[in-house]
Ligand binder design. Sequence first.
Ligand SMILES: [Zn+2]
Length: 485
Amino acid sequence: MSRVLAPLVRLPWRRIPLRPFLARRSYLTPSTEPVPQLKTDHRVVNQAPTTAVPIDYAQEYMGKPAPEGVNLMKGRMNVNIEGRNSTIRYMILRDACKCNLCVDEHSKQRKFRTTDIPPMIAPRDVKWDGMELQIRWRSDIEGWSPDHVSKYAVEALRDQGPNPPRSDTGKARRKWLWDKTAMTANQHWVSYEEYMNDEQAFGRAMRHLATMGIIFVKDIPDSREMVEKIATRMGPLRNTFYGMTWDVRSVPQAKNVAYTNVSLGFHMDLMYMNEPPGFQLLHCLENSCDGGESLFVDSFRAAQNMRKKYPISFEHLTKLLLNYEYNHKEHVYSNSWPVVETEDGDPKKGILHVNYSPPFQAPMISNEYVHKNWSEYRRALERFVYEIESKGNIFQLKLNPGECVIFENRRVLHARNKFNTEQGQRWLAGAYVDEDAVLSTFRTTRNADPSVWHQSGLNKLTFKRIKLTKGATSAEATAENKGTE
Ligand SMILES: [Zn+2]
């Protein structure tokens, strides 16, 4: 896609609140769209359900009344799940079966297509005790034995998925937003030995990474191989044109500003890519120069503060697309991102990513929205930069040899003080791991030992100020984990 077209094509797409629209289409508020009607006698199955008093089909389907809490209708059933009535279509219920006939026991791959389910499928027997729903089917998928029983635990009827976005391991998980004080009090250090070999210590580290977006590994053996070992404990290395792992050292004529000895302002890596890496590692091998301290800022806190102080400017940050590019002879990348990405693109919902990387910004001259709204956009950006660069928000440390920082690339902005290469050496080895892989690791460590995920180990007192900030907008409530599991 050409750079000229990119902003024009992307903007309208990002503005369509697709998911909330779909989510709102519950059975109680039927769509106004005409439903295509099939020329068969099962037409009624495909009609949008209505709120009319349902006709009881239990006798017709099963020859007996339905169990308590269940009401059988044409094409769908009502199930009372913990006091709430859910309407579930038979075809969609059949589609969700995970028995050994339907899903391969070992590969966990499904053995039928959704379109294999006959539209006229209905139960011939139903059992429901409030915890588990059991169904035997009439007119089941061709080839399925009459012995086939579908069993659904109550959780499966809610269809949370294995790693729900709002859970404490999901991508919209609740995070503890930190400033300098909170990070100073709660920085999480784990020894290389424990990180690699102690499941509980690793689980605690992942829990901190999930909530704070940054952790530190110490006592690392002095070897260039270590950054790969530390990274692959979380997930496969993310390869880029910088290599599977890469080095930050002072080199003359560097193509990337990180490779020089001047100071480097707050930024995120690889914003010019379509999928910027979710997590970054920097393992310090040498740092004997004067200067060269690492600086970190929680951009979610900066954005959240803006939402509280300047809600309109915050909204502008969710609309303002900045362009990024890497344009060299060997590699040409470009992309554009809104400064703040929220759930469903809704500025009142939780923040999913921040995208901000001035060193790699590209011209935005072809973006008409930027021209049109420039004074508002500029003010919003200026306020955001003020939040980021306020001294009280910046956590600074000088990494020593044998220490590695792991941070969430699209949450924690990183920067570096300038350093003097006339005396001493500075050498960091870096690696990336994708967000998907780390979310999976969050979940597997939690599955292995949920207790670790229930004790945050954070000094909550140091967050008091931030919590007040968070709670100050009703919007943030939607971003919190409201007990989805
Ligand atoms: Zn099955």
